[in-house]
Structures are given as C-alpha cells and as structure tokens.
Design a protein. Structure first.
Length: 82
C-alpha cells in the first residue's frame, strides 16, 4: 500500500467515527426531548422545569439511565405540587 491509500483509509475511518459520535449524541438529545415532551403533556411550565433539571443533571454528570428515572420522578412530584 502506498501513502495515499493509507491516508484515504485513515481519513475515511476518522470521518466515520466522527459521524457516529455526532449521530449518537443527536439521537440521545432527541430521546431526551421526546421524553420531556411526553412527561410534560403540553404544559410549558412543566417542560421548562424538566429541561432545566435535565441540564443540571448533565452538568453534574449523572448517568443517562438515572437521568430518565429522575425526570420521571420529578414529573410526578411537579404534578403533585402544582
């Protein structure tokens, strides 16, 4: 193999990995937004509250599985308090 072939392989591999990384994060964000929309049931105040809580959990580096469980709990608490 010559240098150009190796360069093309490296470039294609790096591009594929970058695409996979970006796509994974976009899908995760879509799932988070969908979960919040489902939990909010059209209530903008509740949606804003849950979005703020999700952003806080992401800042605190809470595991993804725990984020979804906690959002469900927070949605229930929000309904009881309002």
């Amino acid at each position: 193999m010559d240098a150009i072939s190796i360069g093309i392989i490296i470039f294609a591999t790096a591009t594929a990995l970058l695409f996979k990384f970006i796509l994974y994060h976009k899908i995760c964000n879509w799932m988070d937004k969908d979960l919040i929309s489902g939990l909010a049931d059209g209530d903008n105040e509740k949606r804003n509250y849950l979005t703020a809580q999700l952003n806080k959990m992401k800042t605190d580096k809470v595991k993804r599985k725990l984020q979804h469980q906690r959002l469900t709990e927070l949605a229930t608490e929000f309904e009881q308090n309002h």
